[in-house]
Design a protein around this ligand. Sequence first.
Ligand SMILES: NC(=O)c1ccc[n+]([C@@H]2O[C@H](COP(=O)([O-])OP(=O)(O)OC[C@H]3O[C@@H](n4cnc5c(N)ncnc54)[C@H](O)[C@@H]3O)[C@@H](O)[C@H]2O)c1
Length: 358
Amino acid sequence: MEYGGKAKLPGKEAYMPHAVVTGAAGFIGSHVTQRLLRAGYSVTMIDNLSNGRQENIDTILQRAPKDAVCTFHLCDLAAQQTDTLASVITGADCVFHLAALADIVPSINDPLTYHRSNVEGTVRLLEAVRTAGGVRKIIYAASSSCYGLANTYPTPETAPIQPQYPYALTKRVAEEYVFHWSQVYDIPAVSLRFFNVYGPRARTGGTYGAVFGVFLAQKLAGQPLTIVGDGTQTRDFVFVTDVAEACLLAAESEVSGAVFNVGAGDPQSVNRLCELIGGPTTNIPKRPGEPNCTWADITKIKRELGWKPVVSFEEGVAIMMANAVAWKAAPVWTPDSIAKATKDWFTYLDKTPAKQHA
Ligand SMILES: NC(=O)c1ccc[n+]([C@@H]2O[C@H](COP(=O)([O-])OP(=O)(O)OC[C@H]3O[C@@H](n4cnc5c(N)ncnc54)[C@H](O)[C@@H]3O)[C@@H](O)[C@H]2O)c1
Protein backbone atom coordinates (compact mmCIF):
# COMPACT_ATOMS: atom_id res chain seq x y z
CA MET A 1 0.00 0.00 0.00
CA GLU A 2 1.09 3.49 -0.83
CA TYR A 3 1.08 6.24 1.73
CA GLY A 4 0.50 9.65 0.34
CA GLY A 5 -1.25 12.07 -1.91
CA LYS A 6 -3.46 11.77 -4.84
CA ALA A 7 -2.94 9.19 -7.52
CA LYS A 8 -4.42 7.33 -10.41
CA LEU A 9 -4.86 3.60 -10.17
CA PRO A 10 -1.76 2.06 -11.77
CA GLY A 11 -2.42 1.09 -15.35
CA LYS A 12 -5.88 2.63 -15.36
CA GLU A 13 -7.06 5.73 -17.18
CA ALA A 14 -9.88 6.43 -14.75
CA TYR A 15 -9.57 9.45 -12.50
CA MET A 16 -9.36 8.49 -8.85
CA PRO A 17 -11.49 10.88 -6.81
CA HIS A 18 -9.89 12.14 -3.63
CA ALA A 19 -11.62 12.59 -0.29
CA VAL A 20 -10.63 14.05 3.06
CA VAL A 21 -12.33 12.43 6.05
CA THR A 22 -12.07 14.23 9.38
CA GLY A 23 -12.67 12.07 12.46
CA ALA A 24 -11.49 9.06 10.44
CA ALA A 25 -10.06 7.28 13.51
CA GLY A 26 -13.48 7.38 15.15
CA PHE A 27 -16.41 5.03 14.94
CA ILE A 28 -18.41 6.38 11.97
CA GLY A 29 -15.44 8.07 10.24
CA SER A 30 -13.57 4.77 10.01
CA HIS A 31 -16.54 3.13 8.25
CA VAL A 32 -16.97 6.10 5.91
CA THR A 33 -13.27 5.88 5.01
CA GLN A 34 -13.54 2.16 4.28
CA ARG A 35 -16.61 2.71 2.10
CA LEU A 36 -14.81 5.42 0.12
CA LEU A 37 -11.74 3.26 -0.41
CA ARG A 38 -13.96 0.44 -1.68
CA ALA A 39 -15.63 2.92 -4.04
CA GLY A 40 -12.21 3.77 -5.53
CA TYR A 41 -11.47 7.04 -3.73
CA SER A 42 -8.06 7.94 -2.42
CA VAL A 43 -8.50 9.19 1.14
CA THR A 44 -6.66 11.55 3.47
CA MET A 45 -7.70 10.78 7.03
CA ILE A 46 -7.54 13.51 9.69
CA ASP A 47 -7.95 12.94 13.42
CA ASN A 48 -6.41 14.20 16.65
CA LEU A 49 -6.97 10.80 18.32
CA SER A 50 -8.74 12.49 21.24
CA ASN A 51 -11.44 9.84 21.10
CA GLY A 52 -10.44 8.08 17.91
CA ARG A 53 -8.19 5.04 17.94
CA GLN A 54 -4.97 4.24 16.12
CA GLU A 55 -6.34 0.68 15.95
CA ASN A 56 -9.13 1.90 13.62
CA ILE A 57 -6.58 3.53 11.31
CA ASP A 58 -4.58 0.28 11.29
CA THR A 59 -7.72 -1.74 10.46
CA ILE A 60 -8.58 0.61 7.59
CA LEU A 61 -5.08 0.29 6.15
CA GLN A 62 -5.04 -3.50 6.55
CA ARG A 63 -8.42 -3.96 4.89
CA ALA A 64 -7.97 -1.38 2.13
CA PRO A 65 -8.10 -2.65 -1.47
CA LYS A 66 -4.68 -3.49 -2.86
CA ASP A 67 -4.33 -0.35 -5.00
CA ALA A 68 -5.81 2.01 -2.42
CA VAL A 69 -4.14 5.31 -1.63
CA CYS A 70 -4.65 6.35 1.94
CA THR A 71 -2.81 8.70 4.29
CA PHE A 72 -3.28 9.72 7.90
CA HIS A 73 -2.69 13.20 9.35
CA LEU A 74 -2.64 13.50 13.11
CA CYS A 75 -3.98 16.98 13.75
CA ASP A 76 -6.37 18.95 15.92
CA LEU A 77 -8.67 20.88 13.57
CA ALA A 78 -9.27 23.57 16.17
CA ALA A 79 -5.54 24.29 16.53
CA GLN A 80 -4.55 24.40 12.88
CA GLN A 81 -3.37 27.42 10.92
CA THR A 82 -5.48 27.83 7.79
CA ASP A 83 -2.56 27.43 5.38
CA THR A 84 -1.30 24.26 7.05
CA LEU A 85 -4.72 22.65 6.96
CA ALA A 86 -5.34 23.92 3.42
CA SER A 87 -2.20 22.14 2.24
CA VAL A 88 -3.63 18.86 3.57
CA ILE A 89 -6.95 19.49 1.80
CA THR A 90 -5.58 20.72 -1.51
CA GLY A 91 -6.58 18.33 -4.29
CA ALA A 92 -9.61 16.93 -2.47
CA ASP A 93 -12.84 16.54 -4.41
CA CYS A 94 -14.93 15.95 -1.28
CA VAL A 95 -14.53 16.64 2.41
CA PHE A 96 -16.42 14.46 4.87
CA HIS A 97 -16.48 16.29 8.18
CA LEU A 98 -17.07 13.85 11.02
CA ALA A 99 -14.53 15.08 13.57
CA ALA A 100 -16.24 16.24 16.74
CA LEU A 101 -16.49 15.58 20.42
CA ALA A 102 -19.56 13.39 20.31
CA ASP A 103 -20.75 12.66 23.84
CA ILE A 104 -23.58 14.39 25.64
CA VAL A 105 -22.55 14.15 29.30
CA PRO A 106 -19.10 15.81 29.08
CA SER A 107 -20.57 18.60 26.97
CA ILE A 108 -22.70 19.62 29.95
CA ASN A 109 -19.67 19.70 32.24
CA ASP A 110 -17.33 21.33 29.73
CA PRO A 111 -19.17 23.32 27.05
CA LEU A 112 -16.14 25.41 26.11
CA THR A 113 -14.11 22.39 25.03
CA TYR A 114 -17.07 21.25 22.94
CA HIS A 115 -17.39 24.68 21.36
CA ARG A 116 -13.69 24.67 20.52
CA SER A 117 -13.66 21.26 18.84
CA ASN A 118 -17.07 21.21 17.24
CA VAL A 119 -17.62 24.84 16.24
CA GLU A 120 -14.14 26.36 16.01
CA GLY A 121 -12.77 23.13 14.51
CA THR A 122 -15.48 23.31 11.83
CA VAL A 123 -14.86 26.98 11.04
CA ARG A 124 -11.13 26.36 10.72
CA LEU A 125 -11.80 23.42 8.41
CA LEU A 126 -14.15 25.55 6.30
CA GLU A 127 -11.55 28.29 5.99
CA ALA A 128 -8.98 25.71 4.92
CA VAL A 129 -11.43 24.32 2.33
CA ARG A 130 -11.99 27.85 1.00
CA THR A 131 -8.24 28.50 0.85
CA ALA A 132 -7.47 25.17 -0.79
CA GLY A 133 -10.17 25.65 -3.45
CA GLY A 134 -11.51 22.99 -5.79
CA VAL A 135 -13.57 21.06 -3.25
CA ARG A 136 -16.72 19.87 -5.02
CA LYS A 137 -18.73 18.96 -1.92
CA ILE A 138 -18.61 19.08 1.87
CA ILE A 139 -20.58 16.43 3.70
CA TYR A 140 -21.24 17.45 7.29
CA ALA A 141 -22.11 14.90 10.00
CA ALA A 142 -24.90 16.66 11.86
CA SER A 143 -26.99 15.27 14.68
CA SER A 144 -30.68 14.56 15.19
CA SER A 145 -30.15 15.96 18.70
CA CYS A 146 -30.91 19.37 17.13
CA TYR A 147 -34.62 18.41 17.24
CA GLY A 148 -34.53 18.12 21.04
CA LEU A 149 -37.87 17.00 22.42
CA ALA A 150 -39.55 16.84 19.01
CA ASN A 151 -43.30 17.16 18.75
CA THR A 152 -43.73 15.51 15.34
CA TYR A 153 -43.14 11.80 14.71
CA PRO A 154 -41.64 10.74 12.45
CA THR A 155 -39.58 13.93 12.63
CA PRO A 156 -38.96 15.70 9.31
CA GLU A 157 -35.99 17.95 8.54
CA THR A 158 -38.33 20.95 8.85
CA ALA A 159 -39.10 20.26 12.53
CA PRO A 160 -38.26 23.07 15.00
CA ILE A 161 -34.65 23.23 16.13
CA GLN A 162 -34.42 23.05 19.92
CA PRO A 163 -31.08 21.74 21.23
CA GLN A 164 -31.29 20.62 24.85
CA TYR A 165 -27.61 20.45 25.80
CA PRO A 166 -24.28 21.94 24.63
CA TYR A 167 -23.30 19.00 22.38
CA ALA A 168 -26.53 19.40 20.39
CA LEU A 169 -26.04 23.15 20.20
CA THR A 170 -22.45 22.91 18.94
CA LYS A 171 -23.44 20.43 16.22
CA ARG A 172 -26.27 22.68 15.12
CA VAL A 173 -24.17 25.87 15.16
CA ALA A 174 -21.49 24.15 13.08
CA GLU A 175 -24.17 23.07 10.59
CA GLU A 176 -25.12 26.76 10.22
CA TYR A 177 -21.47 27.61 9.59
CA VAL A 178 -21.20 24.92 6.92
CA PHE A 179 -24.21 26.33 5.04
CA HIS A 180 -23.04 29.91 5.53
CA TRP A 181 -19.64 29.15 3.99
CA SER A 182 -21.42 27.20 1.28
CA GLN A 183 -23.63 30.18 0.44
CA VAL A 184 -21.03 32.94 0.68
CA TYR A 185 -18.06 31.11 -0.84
CA ASP A 186 -19.90 28.82 -3.26
CA ILE A 187 -18.79 25.54 -1.72
CA PRO A 188 -21.53 22.93 -2.26
CA ALA A 189 -22.52 21.28 1.01
CA VAL A 190 -24.92 18.69 2.38
CA SER A 191 -25.70 18.08 6.02
CA LEU A 192 -26.69 14.62 7.18
CA ARG A 193 -28.47 14.51 10.53
CA PHE A 194 -27.57 11.12 11.96
CA PHE A 195 -29.94 9.50 14.44
CA ASN A 196 -28.66 6.76 16.85
CA VAL A 197 -25.80 5.20 14.93
CA TYR A 198 -24.56 1.79 16.10
CA GLY A 199 -22.23 -0.90 14.82
CA PRO A 200 -18.78 -2.40 15.30
CA ARG A 201 -16.08 0.05 16.48
CA ALA A 202 -18.55 2.15 18.44
CA ARG A 203 -16.51 3.53 21.30
CA THR A 204 -15.83 1.14 24.13
CA GLY A 205 -14.14 3.37 26.69
CA GLY A 206 -14.41 6.81 28.17
CA THR A 207 -17.50 8.54 29.41
CA TYR A 208 -20.98 7.15 30.02
CA GLY A 209 -22.72 7.26 26.67
CA ALA A 210 -24.34 5.27 23.89
CA VAL A 211 -26.70 2.55 25.11
CA PHE A 212 -25.19 -0.29 23.04
CA GLY A 213 -21.73 0.06 24.57
CA VAL A 214 -23.15 0.34 28.07
CA PHE A 215 -25.29 -2.80 27.64
CA LEU A 216 -22.64 -4.93 25.90
CA ALA A 217 -20.06 -4.29 28.63
CA GLN A 218 -22.68 -5.11 31.29
CA LYS A 219 -23.70 -8.27 29.44
CA LEU A 220 -20.08 -9.51 29.21
CA ALA A 221 -19.53 -8.79 32.91
CA GLY A 222 -22.74 -10.62 33.87
CA GLN A 223 -24.18 -7.40 35.32
CA PRO A 224 -27.79 -6.23 34.86
CA LEU A 225 -28.51 -3.98 31.88
CA THR A 226 -29.32 -0.48 33.24
CA ILE A 227 -32.57 0.59 31.58
CA VAL A 228 -33.24 4.33 31.82
CA GLY A 229 -36.86 4.90 32.92
CA ASP A 230 -39.25 2.08 32.09
CA GLY A 231 -37.52 1.20 28.81
CA THR A 232 -40.56 1.93 26.66
CA GLN A 233 -38.73 4.93 25.15
CA THR A 234 -37.81 4.31 21.53
CA ARG A 235 -34.75 5.22 19.50
CA ASP A 236 -34.14 5.33 15.79
CA PHE A 237 -31.11 3.02 15.66
CA VAL A 238 -29.36 3.09 12.30
CA PHE A 239 -26.51 0.74 11.40
CA VAL A 240 -23.14 2.33 10.67
CA THR A 241 -22.61 0.81 7.19
CA ASP A 242 -25.97 2.27 6.12
CA VAL A 243 -24.76 5.66 7.39
CA ALA A 244 -21.50 5.33 5.43
CA GLU A 245 -23.54 4.59 2.30
CA ALA A 246 -25.61 7.75 2.87
CA CYS A 247 -22.39 9.78 3.08
CA LEU A 248 -21.15 8.39 -0.24
CA LEU A 249 -24.49 8.98 -1.98
CA ALA A 250 -24.66 12.54 -0.66
CA ALA A 251 -21.16 13.23 -2.01
CA GLU A 252 -21.90 11.79 -5.42
CA SER A 253 -25.30 13.42 -5.88
CA GLU A 254 -25.87 16.80 -7.51
CA VAL A 255 -27.74 17.95 -4.40
CA SER A 256 -26.37 20.91 -2.45
CA GLY A 257 -27.61 23.18 0.33
CA ALA A 258 -29.79 20.39 1.72
CA VAL A 259 -30.27 18.69 5.07
CA PHE A 260 -31.19 15.00 5.25
CA ASN A 261 -32.21 12.81 8.16
CA VAL A 262 -30.28 9.54 8.33
CA GLY A 263 -32.17 7.03 10.44
CA ALA A 264 -33.76 3.64 10.01
CA GLY A 265 -37.23 5.17 10.22
CA ASP A 266 -38.24 2.22 12.40
CA PRO A 267 -37.81 3.12 16.10
CA GLN A 268 -37.11 0.35 18.60
CA SER A 269 -37.68 0.41 22.33
CA VAL A 270 -34.88 0.03 24.85
CA ASN A 271 -36.83 -2.94 26.25
CA ARG A 272 -36.71 -4.60 22.80
CA LEU A 273 -32.94 -4.07 22.70
CA CYS A 274 -32.62 -5.71 26.14
CA GLU A 275 -34.76 -8.62 24.97
CA LEU A 276 -32.43 -9.21 22.01
CA ILE A 277 -29.27 -8.92 24.16
CA GLY A 278 -30.77 -11.02 26.96
CA GLY A 279 -29.99 -11.24 30.66
CA PRO A 280 -31.11 -9.47 33.84
CA THR A 281 -32.09 -5.80 33.80
CA THR A 282 -32.49 -2.99 36.33
CA ASN A 283 -34.19 0.40 36.00
CA ILE A 284 -32.52 3.76 36.70
CA PRO A 285 -34.10 7.25 36.76
CA LYS A 286 -35.26 8.83 33.53
CA ARG A 287 -33.23 11.91 32.61
CA PRO A 288 -34.50 15.40 31.82
CA GLY A 289 -34.00 16.62 28.25
CA GLU A 290 -34.04 13.13 26.75
CA PRO A 291 -36.87 12.46 24.28
CA ASN A 292 -39.28 9.55 24.73
CA CYS A 293 -38.89 8.84 21.07
CA THR A 294 -36.49 9.53 18.25
CA TRP A 295 -37.87 8.66 14.85
CA ALA A 296 -36.48 9.94 11.58
CA ASP A 297 -38.73 10.84 8.72
CA ILE A 298 -36.55 9.51 5.89
CA THR A 299 -38.87 10.37 3.02
CA LYS A 300 -36.55 13.11 1.76
CA ILE A 301 -33.30 11.12 1.64
CA LYS A 302 -35.08 8.18 0.01
CA ARG A 303 -36.57 10.42 -2.64
CA GLU A 304 -33.63 12.74 -3.34
CA LEU A 305 -30.59 10.52 -2.76
CA GLY A 306 -32.14 7.11 -3.43
CA TRP A 307 -30.85 5.92 -0.02
CA LYS A 308 -32.55 3.43 2.22
CA PRO A 309 -31.34 1.48 5.25
CA VAL A 310 -30.64 -2.17 4.49
CA VAL A 311 -29.51 -3.61 7.85
CA SER A 312 -32.49 -4.59 10.02
CA PHE A 313 -32.39 -4.01 13.77
CA GLU A 314 -32.28 -7.74 14.47
CA GLU A 315 -29.37 -8.23 12.01
CA GLY A 316 -27.56 -5.22 13.45
CA VAL A 317 -27.92 -6.41 17.05
CA ALA A 318 -26.68 -9.88 16.01
CA ILE A 319 -23.57 -8.27 14.45
CA MET A 320 -23.01 -6.28 17.66
CA MET A 321 -23.32 -9.42 19.76
CA ALA A 322 -20.84 -11.24 17.51
CA ASN A 323 -18.40 -8.34 18.09
CA ALA A 324 -19.17 -7.97 21.79
CA VAL A 325 -15.66 -9.05 22.78
CA ALA A 326 -14.55 -5.52 21.85
CA TRP A 327 -16.32 -4.37 25.03
CA LYS A 328 -14.46 -6.84 27.26
CA ALA A 329 -12.23 -4.13 28.75
CA ALA A 330 -14.87 -1.38 28.62
CA PRO A 331 -16.09 0.23 31.85
CA VAL A 332 -18.99 -1.66 33.39
CA TRP A 333 -21.51 0.96 34.45
CA THR A 334 -23.63 0.39 37.52
CA PRO A 335 -26.64 2.41 38.76
CA ASP A 336 -24.30 4.14 41.27
CA SER A 337 -21.54 5.04 38.82
CA ILE A 338 -24.16 6.25 36.29
CA ALA A 339 -25.77 8.44 38.97
CA LYS A 340 -22.35 10.02 39.68
CA ALA A 341 -21.51 10.46 35.99
CA THR A 342 -24.85 12.09 35.19
CA LYS A 343 -25.12 14.30 38.28
CA ASP A 344 -24.60 17.53 36.31
CA TRP A 345 -27.19 16.40 33.81
CA PHE A 346 -29.84 16.36 36.52
CA THR A 347 -28.49 19.56 38.07
CA TYR A 348 -28.59 21.62 34.87
CA LEU A 349 -31.23 20.08 32.62
CA ASP A 350 -34.09 19.48 35.04
CA LYS A 351 -36.33 22.48 34.40
CA THR A 352 -39.36 21.33 36.38
CA PRO A 353 -40.70 24.17 38.60
CA ALA A 354 -40.04 22.22 41.82
CA LYS A 355 -36.40 21.76 40.84
CA GLN A 356 -35.95 25.37 39.72
CA HIS A 357 -37.22 26.76 43.01
CA ALA A 358 -35.41 24.26 45.19
N1 LIG B 1 -22.64 8.12 16.91
C1 LIG B 1 -23.82 8.68 16.69
O1 LIG B 1 -24.88 8.08 16.99
C2 LIG B 1 -23.92 10.05 16.09
C3 LIG B 1 -25.19 10.64 15.96
C4 LIG B 1 -25.29 11.92 15.41
C5 LIG B 1 -24.16 12.57 14.93
N2 LIG B 1 -22.93 11.98 15.09
C6 LIG B 1 -21.77 12.73 14.59
O2 LIG B 1 -20.99 11.87 13.78
C7 LIG B 1 -19.61 12.19 13.91
C8 LIG B 1 -18.80 10.94 14.27
O3 LIG B 1 -19.28 10.46 15.53
P1 LIG B 1 -18.74 9.11 16.17
O4 LIG B 1 -19.87 8.48 16.90
O5 LIG B 1 -18.01 8.34 15.14
O6 LIG B 1 -17.74 9.70 17.27
P2 LIG B 1 -16.21 9.33 17.56
O7 LIG B 1 -15.85 10.00 18.83
O8 LIG B 1 -16.00 7.86 17.45
O9 LIG B 1 -15.47 10.02 16.33
C9 LIG B 1 -15.16 11.40 16.30
C10 LIG B 1 -13.69 11.53 15.92
O10 LIG B 1 -13.35 12.91 15.83
C11 LIG B 1 -12.04 13.08 16.38
N3 LIG B 1 -11.92 14.47 16.81
C12 LIG B 1 -12.62 15.11 17.79
N4 LIG B 1 -12.24 16.39 17.88
C13 LIG B 1 -11.29 16.58 16.93
C14 LIG B 1 -10.51 17.70 16.53
N5 LIG B 1 -10.64 18.90 17.13
N6 LIG B 1 -9.62 17.54 15.52
C15 LIG B 1 -9.47 16.35 14.91
N7 LIG B 1 -10.18 15.24 15.25
C16 LIG B 1 -11.09 15.36 16.24
C17 LIG B 1 -11.98 12.08 17.54
O11 LIG B 1 -10.66 11.73 17.92
C18 LIG B 1 -12.75 10.91 16.95
O12 LIG B 1 -11.90 10.00 16.30
C19 LIG B 1 -19.53 13.30 14.96
O13 LIG B 1 -19.46 14.53 14.29
C20 LIG B 1 -20.83 13.18 15.70
O14 LIG B 1 -21.24 14.42 16.25
C21 LIG B 1 -22.78 10.75 15.66
